[in-house]
Design a protein around this ligand. Structure first.
Ligand SMILES: C[S@@+](CC[C@H](N)C(=O)[O-])C[C@H]1O[C@@H](n2cnc3c(N)ncnc32)[C@H](O)[C@@H]1O
Length: 291
């Protein structure tokens, strides 16, 4: 795939296209919007399950019916705008805040007095999440950009920069991994992040950071996943240092550092860790794939 051009630091002075899309109607209650977002996730997962199935009539009809329901809700566009609403300050702000606190505490900004810290924001709803931090140069990407300054790009298909100077210091996956419907694609996504940093063959003091945010129930209430499971899985792919983590009422924040290159990470299969009524089915698996 052709190397994509890095977007410049977002500037509000750039001409912005007029958003002519019809107003998205949100339910007045945040509980109802949250319910619809959860329904969208379920449909997305069901769609992912059909991905590798033969296109017989039954599968075709199922696909159509899921797509129809998603469309009736307003599609990915609606979902993103509803998520943006969830990002709004009134509901706690975007997830850059926690990350910035940790980086400042760790003294990371002082490493970047001579050059910017390069941050790849995967699944960015806004290109301005990090704009007040002048030492950060952000490349925001999304499947369905909500802004001119966000590149249209599927991270799972994205090639790492060829020019070494364009490699990243930090990759952000904030509420993106849980959006991916297929547990194996989620694992691939985590492993793929490693390609975007300086290789370990290079003599460098650059850190290689991964910022991961998941809905809290993925960590605390899944049959197949937990905090310890996440740490073990991350360690097995080279992210053996968890710099810090935080669980808020709704979200789980993790900052990992890639500390070593793992040639052959183990395969992680879906396995029940804790069963029980009311638990969800969130899982991340890994397969023997080149990533
Ligand atoms: C819930 S929103 C998260 C937005 C924001 N990062 C946040 O923390 O609130 C999930 C976003 O991830 C995007 N996304 C999902 N899979 C992706 C992929 N493979 N490549 C790029 N973006 C992806 C979706 O299009 C959606 O806009």
């Amino acid at each position: 795939m052709a190397q994509r051009k890095r977007s410049k630091k977002p500037s509000r002075k750039l001409p912005l296209t007029v958003d002519r899309r019809p107003e998205v109607q949100f339910k007045s209650s945040s509980t109802e919007t949250a319910r619809l977002i959860r329904r969208f996730h379920v449909l997305n997962k069901e769609l992912a399950k059909l991905k590798d199935k033969a296109n017989d009539k039954e599968t075709h009809d199922k696909r159509q019916s899921i797509a129809k329901e998603m469309e009736a809700m307003g599609g990915l566009d609606w979902y993103q705008r509803a998520s943006q609403l969830g990002q709004s300050k009134a509901r706690g702000g975007d997830s850059s805040k926690w990350l910035m606190g940790i980086l400042s505490r760790e003294g990371v900004p002082s490493h970047f007095q001579n050059r910017s810290m390069r941050l790849l924001d995967v699944g960015a709803l806004s290109p301005f999440n990090y704009e007040k931090h002048k030492w950060i140069q952000t490349t925001p990407i999304d499947l369905n950009p909500q802004h001119l300054l966000i590149e249209k790009q599927d991270f799972l298909e994205m090639s790492p920069p060829q020019n070494e100077n364009d490699l990243y210091d930090i990759v952000c996956l904030s509420l993106v991994v849980n959006f991916v419907g297929d547990p194996a694609d989620r694992g691939t996504m985590l492993k793929h992040t490693r390609e975007f940093f300086q290789p370990f063959t290079k003599d460098t003091t650059n850190q290689r950071l991964l910022y991961l945010v998941l809905p809290l129930p993925c960590i605390t209430n899944s049959r197949y996943f937990s905090h310890d499971h996440l740490l073990s899985m991350m360690e097995s792919i080279g992210y053996s240092k968890c710099i810090d983590y935080h669980h808020s009422n709704k979200l789980a924040y993790y900052l990992f550092e890639l500390t070593n290159a793992v040639e052959r990470p183990p395969i992680w299969k879906k396995k029940i860790l804790e069963d029980g009524k009311g638990r969800n089915n969130f899982a991340i698996c890994t397969e023997l794939k080149p990533h």
